[in-house]
Design a protein around this ligand. Structure first.
Ligand SMILES: [Zn+2]
Length: 179
């Protein structure tokens, strides 16, 4: 289960928006939104569709914190899973957050605890597994993990700049303990 991450709209053409996801460009559909957002607004995305608009001003003023939207997304998933499985409450939620995902675990915990009141996850504990950044070098063909800094500019094994980062940007709900 992937989390809905707020992404910034860079361009809009008809009902398709180009968004920025951690520096990568992606096209998504705006068909499900009741009103067309503006360039610069943020949208929450699910399966290639924008499902909610967060206007630029509220993000820039800090009114909507990045981690708060992620916490809300986690709570949405908890509600949905609970409904599907007919449970009454969620005791614990385990998420995997990549080191380079741009999320501060402390802020996420804080936001989650503040927002969980009056939801099925009211008494739930949020457990965060931080995934280190890792990748594969195209030159020496070795897999590597990056300790410390979340960003690297060369393969730590051979120094080549021809490498791909394969892990460390994920943001998933891994497991949920329900009753
Ligand atoms: Zn290498």
């Amino acid at each position: 289960m992937c989390l809905a991450v707020p992404s910034k709209i860079i361009e809009i053409k008809d009902h398709v928006a180009t968004i920025d996801v951690f520096g990568a460009r992606k096209e998504i559909s705006l068909m499900l939104l009741p009103e067309t957002p503006r360039v610069g607004d943020y949208v929450l995305i699910h399966a290639g569709f924008a499902i909610q608009t967060i206007v630029r001003e509220s993000v820039e003023s800090g009114e909507v914190m990045h981690e708060s939207s992620i916490a809300l997304s986690i709570l949405d998933i908890a509600e949905e899973q609970c409904r599907e499985q007919g449970c009454s409450a969620v005791n614990a939620i385990r998420v995997r957050i990549g080191k380079a995902a741009g999320v501060l675990p402390d802020s996420l915990l804080f936001a989650f605890d503040a927002l969980k009141e009056n939801t099925v996850a009211e008494k739930a504990q949020l457990l965060i597994d931080v995934v280190p950044v890792g990748g594969k070098c195209n030159y020496c063909k070795q897999e590597f993990d990056v300790d410390g800094e979340p960003y690297i500019f060369a393969c730590p094994l051979c120094g080549s700049s021809d490498f791909v980062i394969e892990r460390g940007r994920e943001m998933d709900v891994e497991d949920m303990e329900m009753q």
